[in-house]
Design a protein around this ligand. Structure first.
Ligand SMILES: Nc1ncnc2c1ncn2[C@@H]1O[C@H](COP(=O)(O)OP(=O)(O)OP(=O)(O)O)[C@@H](O)[C@H]1O
Length: 290
C-alpha cells in the first residue's frame, strides 16, 4: 500500500485507501432513525438442525465502524449465525439487515457490500494466488487495471508476492487464510465477516492480518470475526458479542461486557457458566495412573 490519502474522488472499493464509509454521504437506507444504519441488524434469527436449535432466536445490533468479536464455546452457534448473516445459509425464521439492506430480499446489494472469509474456505485450488485475486476482482465487476493494481498491493501487504505464481493448492494454511482475506477485501466491502481468521496462522502472519484489519476499521470498515482466543479478542476488538447455546448472552462495548472481571476470559467463563479446572474425573491420566 502506498499510504496516500486522497480526499474526495476516491471510488468505493479502493483497498489501498480505505475511505470512511458514512461520513457526509447521503443515506439510502431507511432505518427510521438518525445517523447511519447499524452494520448488522439481526432480529429473531432461528436455525434448527433436526431437534437441535443451533441458533435460537437471536437479536443483535452491531454498530458500524467497529472491530467486533463473536465469541462462544464450541457448538455455540457462531458459524451458523455468520453463515445466515452473510447469506450462505437460509434461516428458519428471522431477519438480517446489513447496512440497512435485507440479506434475503436484496442479496445482490448486500453481497456487493460485504466480504466473507468463511469457515472451511473453499478456493479455486488450480489457480495461482494472483490468478485467484484477478478472477475474484473481475467477478466483482472491477475494471482490469484496478484489479491488477489492488491485487499487487494486497499480495505485497499480505506478504504473498513471492507466492503469487504458486498454485493455491500448494499454499499453507496461513497462506490460504491470507489469500482468502485478500479476496474478501478486493472490492473494499463495508462489512467484513471472518470465521476464525487467525486459526492455524503463525504469529508473523497473524500480525500482518491484524495490521490490515486495524487499518480497515480505522478507515470506517466494520469487522465481525469469530474466535475462541479471548486474549486476541480483548486486544483487537472494541465490541463483543458472546454466544452460548444458540443465544446471545451478552453484547456491547468490550469494557461493558468485561464489566468488573479482570479479563475478558474471566467474564466469558462466568457468562457461559463454565468452571475452571476440569479433568477431575480423569484420575487415570498422568503418572499416577500408570
Ligand atoms: N449442518 C449441520 N447439521 C447438523 N447440525 C449442525 C450443522 N451445522 C451446525 N450444527 C450444529 O449446530 C450447533 C452450532 O454449530 P456451529 O458450528 O454454529 O457452532 P460454533 O459456535 O461455530 O462452534 P465451533 O466454535 O466449534 O466452530 C452445533 O451443535 C453443531 O453440531
Amino acid at each position: 500500500m502506498d499510504g496516500s490519502q486522497g480526499s474526495g474522488g476516491t471510488t468505493r472499493g479502493e483497498t489501498a485507501r480505505l475511505e470512511p464509509y458514512y461520513g457526509g454521504s447521503a443515506r439510502t437506507d431507511d432505518d427510521g432513525g438518525d445517523g447511519p444504519p447499524p452494520a448488522v441488524r439481526v432480529r429473531g434469527l432461528w436455525k434448527r438442525f433436526g431437534e437441535q436449535a443451533a441458533v435460537a432466536g437471536i437479536d443483535l445490533e452491531v454498530p458500524a465502524g467497529r472491530f467486533v468479536g463473536l465469541v462462544g464455546p464450541n457448538g455455540a452457534g457462531k458459524t451458523t449465525t455468520l453463515s445466515m448473516v452473510t447469506g450462505l445459509l437460509r434461516p428458519d425464521d428471522g431477519a438480517v439487515q446489513i447496512v440497512g439492506r435485507d440479506v434475503w430480499a436484496d442479496p445482490v446489494a448486500v453481497k456487493s457490500r460485504i466480504g466473507v472469509l468463511p469457515e472451511g474456505l473453499r478456493l479455486f485450488e488450480r489457480l495461482t494466488g494472483r490468478e485467484l485475486l484477478v478472477y475474484t476482482g473481475r467477478l466483482r465487476g472491477l475494471p482490469i487495471a484496478e484489479v491488477e493494481r489492488r491485487t499487487g498491493r494486497l499480495l505485497d501487504v499480505l506478504d504473498l508476492s513471492g507466492a503469487r505464481h504458486k498454485l493455491v493448492v500448494d499454499y499453507s494454511t496461513g497462506m490460504r487464510k491470507k489469500i482468502g482475506l485478500a479476496a474478501a477485501l478486493l472490492h473494499n466491502p463495508e462489512v467484513l465477516f471472518l470465521d476464525e481468521p487467525f486459526e492455524g496462522v503463525d504469529p508473523v502472519s497473524a500480525q500482518v492480518i491484524r495490521g490490515v484489519l486495524e487499518r480497515y476499521t480505522a478507515t470506517g470498515g466494520t469487522v465481525v470475526f469469530s474466535s475462541h482466543v479471548m486474549e486476541l479478542v480483548e486486544s483487537l476488538c472494541d465490541w463483543v458479542a458472546v454466544m452460548a447455546g444458540g443465544r446471545i448472552v451478552a453484547s456491547g462495548p468490550l469494557a461493558d461486557v468485561r464489566g468488573t472481571a479482570p479479563t475478558l476470559q474471566d467474564a466469558f467463563l462466568a457468562l457461559v457458566g463454565a468452571e475452571r479446572g476440569g479433568g477431575q474425573d480423569l484420575d487415570w491420566l498422568g503418572r499416577g495412573g500408570r
